[in-house]
Design a protein around this ligand. Structure first.
Ligand code: PEP
Ligand code: MN
Length: 359
């Protein structure tokens, strides 16, 4: 039997009491498929304090929303989770009687704030979810989790929500799966969830991100679910409605994290887990090659404009010897790297030839 996955679902923000109750009403009867243990959601989420990147956007309803969350607990029997960004927030959440809090990505990046929040958590029975810092700094993430563990060692979890970057293509945040994988290696006792909503910024990409997280043996998912996503005051594009949330949960392939029968040997599980990590690296390799070729094309355009020849032997010799040295430093066979670079060089020449020939 698979370990019960931890599912956190609910709107990005509490906007009105009606909206919060509508989301809670829809989620209270939700059940995971039997293959995932058949349980309901572990926590209902809704932020009342919203740390926004830029002023002038909706920053949450603040304390006003806390009684709404309290009534959701009482009336729908859900455990409730909200974001805290200061010791004062923790005090108010404790007074309200909620079950859980999460520390947002911008807060995790600030050790002073994390320390202050961690101290305020001492002696409470809150479950605490620590999102990764906004920058891909594994030490800062682990450090934040350690600060929380120091004051309240029970019920501490981590959430991978991706990393902010200047150039990241279609997704809102760069997944950099290597970082959460390394987090798991270094902090194996901390359950790790994935937040495909903030990773994607767009519901279109949520299924594949959620599936990848499950393939990588994440322990659960945090998903934004809004009764009417298009009317959401923030993060409208990435919030599922209750039906699409339910459909998604029932279409994912929930993997067994431990061998449960003879057909699924421990070796097979290990190999599958390592293969998934290889797939992640292959994604990065292909992506890097695509980026490299796009730079090669840019040089092709410049050469075309300047009437400069394609093959520059000196440059090629530099690239070739530099990469051979790098390969040796990393313990790779230098002829192996030379062969790969020969193929890359040939492909680069081909692309530039095409650019120069095309009118
Ligand atoms: C959120 O969960 O609504 C949120 C603000 O998340 P993050 O800190 O990951 O941006
Ligand atoms: Mn959000």
């Amino acid at each position: 039997m698979m370990k019960h996955p931890i599912i956190i679902a609910g709107p990005c923000s509490a906007e009105t009491e009606e909206q919060v109750r509508s989301a809670a009403k829809d989620l209270k009867d939700f059940r995971l498929p039997a293959s995932a243990g058949g349980e309901g959601i572990s926590f209902f989420r809704a932020g009342v304090w919203k740390p926004r990147t830029r002023p002038g956007t909706f920053e949450g309803v603040g304390e006003t929303g806390l009684p709404w969350l309290s009534r959701v607990r009482e009336d729908f029997g859900l455990s409730v989770c909200t974001e805290v960004a200061s010791a004062r927030h923790v005090e108010l959440v404790v007074k309200t009687g909620l079950e859980a809090v999460w520390i947002g990505t911008r807060t995790t990046a600030n050790p002073f704030l994390v320390e202050e929040i961690a101290k305020a958590l001492q002696g409470t029975s809150l479950h605490v979810f620590v999102k990764n810092p906004i920058n891909p700094d594994l030490g800062l993430w682990i450090g934040a989790v350690q600060r929380v563990l120091h004051y309240c060692p029970e019920h501490v979890y981590a959430i991978h929500r991706g990393f902010s970057d200047y150039h990241i293509g279609q997704l809102r945040n760069a997944p950099l799966w290597r970082v959460p994988i390394e987090f798991k290696v270094q902090m194996p006792e901390i359950p790790l969830l994935c937040d495909p909503s903030h990773l994607s910024g767009n519901t279109v990409y949520i299924p594949e991100l959620a599936q990848r997280a499950l393939d990588l043996n994440f322990d659960g998912l945090m998903l934004e679910v809004h009764p009417r996503p298009s009317e959401a005051l923030c993060d409208a594009g990435q919030q599922l409605n209750p039906t699409t949330f339910n459909d998604l949960m029932h279409s994912l392939m929930w993997r067994k994290s431990t061998p449960s029968d003879d057909s699924l040997s421990e070796e097979k599980i290990l190999i599958d887990a390592i293969r998934t990590r290889i797939d992640v690296l292959d994604d990065d390799l292909v992506d890097l090659l695509a980026q490299r070729m796009s730079l090669v094309d840019q040089i092709g355009e410049v050469k075309k404009r300047g009437g400069i020849g394609i093959i520059q032997i000196e440059r090629w010799n530099t690239v070739s010897s530099r990469t051979k040295n790098l390969a040796t430093e990393k313990g790779l066979d230098d002829t192996f790297i030379s062969e790969i670079y020969r193929a890359i060089h040939q492909q680069s020449i081909k692309r530039q030839e095409k650019i120069i020939r095309d009118e």
